[in-house]
Design a protein around this ligand. Structure first.
Ligand SMILES: Nc1ncnc2c1ncn2[C@@H]1O[C@H](COP(=O)(O)OP(=O)(O)OP(=O)(O)O)[C@@H](O)[C@H]1O
Length: 552
């Protein structure tokens, strides 16, 4: 419950929480008032003291019904409000955690984030809606118990004993049920991951349906079956508890009617009132029992959300907007000294470094090396996506530290080898139409893509054209350093040549420093600096003679 409140309270505020609780209590008290009234009139009828239609009772019943309409409406509105606030605010909050997280914290957690947005939020919203009914039933149960005590204290003690027995049975069963719910939660993440693989890899599956059959039969179906089993186990447990509670109450009611009313010498009118109230108490306890499994699931969901938030915020990491963006004129150099990064603490895990590297304004550095040699890892480390374990980076001679990392990262525009092409130009302070037209002509996308506001008319382009558009979007950011990872690999021979021999010199003239991972050895002479990545070690090489390249 504490964890649920930790998530819910900041969203609805203390006052909101107070309001919802008050409404729950009011509604509980009102239900009790109505039961009390009905029990009283029934008692009067049984005792033969009800004298027929009375103005007094008509007014009382009419007022109670009017009060009921008011409370129900206010409560319904409050429930809708609470549910919508939680549903949307929680989703926004999760995505804002994502925006604040470090790349390192985010990688490997995609499925859990999906699961949080599409699963945990639903569970928490449902549970929060039932919290009001929970409070209502709790108050009704407490008031009923108080009323029972006023009728016969001995019978009240017996009822309390039965209720406590029910709670103990419930408590013992709940631990096991919760373990099953936790297990389902883990399976849910795995299910989302496999469902994503099925959807993302559908092209491959469509060509070879056996792939789909494999993933369905060996992963998706077994996960679903296991989740089905553990959820069924948990809910059967909850249901058994519920039935035990109900049976205990039925035995109690039978005993009051057939045994206690005689042995304790209770008046018939009081016996009827007692049994009536017991039935209402049973109703309230049943509601509580029905709601509890949902609250338990919400507890698991809340734990998941809190853990996810903590992990995303790990080590006080945050990624605020940089206070200052360095422009091309201000940029002098980036120098990397003794930088190291390892994927795991394990000695055998792949690592890069120690690495030394320098790039100055308008300089072009090419990095090549075998697959898996560590080029991308080095670039990610230099960009500040992976945080190095040793060494230092200096921007214009100033050491990059925890505080100025955001400003440092903002010096780069990047087209990754597995880039994501947004449907619009994002994050531009000013939009330079002339520049856009110039790049569209330079990259030969005239007539292919236009801009509607800042939105691309289309991103349904060929792979090579999508890469050109991604590079234009990066250049529009007017950052001092451009980083590209095997950008030209998807370009045709004509455009590849144009890129290395015409476009790169033009970008250099604009003062842009370029770090490019490339395997196009024909064009290594177009770089100012050439590096080879060799199993995590960066080795500086001499740039080939242009004449020698021409002979290749
Ligand atoms: N997210 C990751 N977690 C753990 N290990 C990784 C991760 N990414 C890469 N590696 C390891 O780091 C090594 C270097 O990968 P990297 O992507 O830097 O190579 P690369 O030189 O860019 O290769 P390629 O030319 O194929 O793109 C790989 O052999 C891989 O084992």
């Amino acid at each position: 419950m504490r964890r649920i409140l930790k998530i819910v309270l900041p969203l609805i505020g203390k006052m909101g929480f107070f309001r919802y609780t008050l409404l729950g209590i009011l509604s509980g008290l009102f239900s009790f008032l109505f039961i009390n009234l009905v029990t009283k009139v029934v008692g009067l009828i049984i005792a033969g003291n009800f004298t027929g239609i009375s103005r007094e009772y008509i007014v009382i019943f009419a007022s109670v019904i009017l009060l009921f309409i008011w409370i129900r409406r206010t409560l319904s509105l409050a429930i809708i409000n609470l549910a919508q606030t939680l549903f949307w605010q929680l989703r926004l909050q999760i995505l804002s955690y994502v925006l604040k997280a470090g790349y390192q914290q985010l990688s490997g957690r995609k499925e859990r984030i999906y699961s949080a947005i599409f699963n945990d939020v639903y569970i928490l919203t449902d549970a929060s809606m039932s919290i009001i009914s929970f409070a209502t039933s709790l108050i009704l149960a407490l008031a009923s118990l108080g009323y029972l005590a006023s009728i016969s204290f001995t019978l009240f003690l017996i009822t309390l004993g039965v209720a406590l027995l029910g709670v103990t049975v419930y408590h013992i069963g709940t631990k096991k049920n919760n373990r099953s719910l936790q297990k389902t939660r883990v399976l849910e993440n795995k299910f989302v991951a496999k469902a994503n693989a099925l959807l993302d890899g559908f092209k491959e599956i469509y060509i070879e349906p056996r792939k789909g059959k494999d993933i369905y039969e060996n992963s998706i179906d077994p996960i679903a079956k296991e989740a089905y089993r553990s959820n069924t186990l948990a809910f059967t447990g909850f249901l058994n508890n519920q039935i035990t509670g109900q049976v205990l109450f039925y035995i109690l009611i039978s005993s009051v009617l057939l045994f206690f009313s005689i042995t304790l010498n209770i008046k018939p009118k009081d016996t009827v009132s007692f049994v009536f109230t017991l039935l209402y108490l049973l109703g309230a306890i049943e509601t509580i029992m029905v709601i509890l499994p949902g609250l338990m699931r919400a507890r698991v969901a809340a734990n998941h959300l809190v853990d996810l938030k903590n992990e995303l915020e790990e080590a006080g990491f945050s990624n605020p907007l940089p206070e200052k963006y360095i422009n091309r004129e201000e940029f002098e150099s980036i120098s990397v000294r003794g930088l190291e990064f390892r994927y795991d603490d394990n000695e055998s895990a792949f690592g890069v470094g120690p690495v030394n590297f320098d790039i100055r304004q308008g300089e072009v550095a090419f990095i090549y090396g075998g697959n898996g040699s560590g080029k991308t890892t080095f670039v990610y480390m230099t960009l500040g996506l992976w945080l190095p374990s040793a060494g230092e980076i200096r921007l214009n001679g100033v050491r990059v530290s925890h505080d100025n990392y955001p400003a440092y990262r903002a010096a780069f525009a990047v087209v990754y080898s597995n880039f994501y092409l947004f449907e619009e130009l994002l994050g531009l302070e000013t939009f330079n139409r002339e520049k856009w037209n110039y790049y569209i002509r330079l990259f030969e996308l005239e007539g292919k893509v236009t801009l509607e506001g800042t939105k691309f008319s289309t991103t349904e382009l060929s792979t090579g054209q999508r890469k050109r558009l991604a590079l234009i979007a990066a250049l529009m950011e007017e950052k001092p350093v451009l980083v590209i990872d095997e950008w030209a690999a998807d370009q045709d021979p004509y455009f590849r040549r144009k890129f290395y021999t015409e476009i790169i010199p033009l970008l250099k003239k604009e003062g842009i420093a370029i770090i490019a991972i490339t395997h196009d050895d024909r064009y290594y002479n177009c770089a100012d600096k050439l590096y080879r990545m060799d199993y995590g070690k960066l080795v500086r090489e001499s740039v080939p003679d242009p004449m020698a390249s021409m002979l290749n």
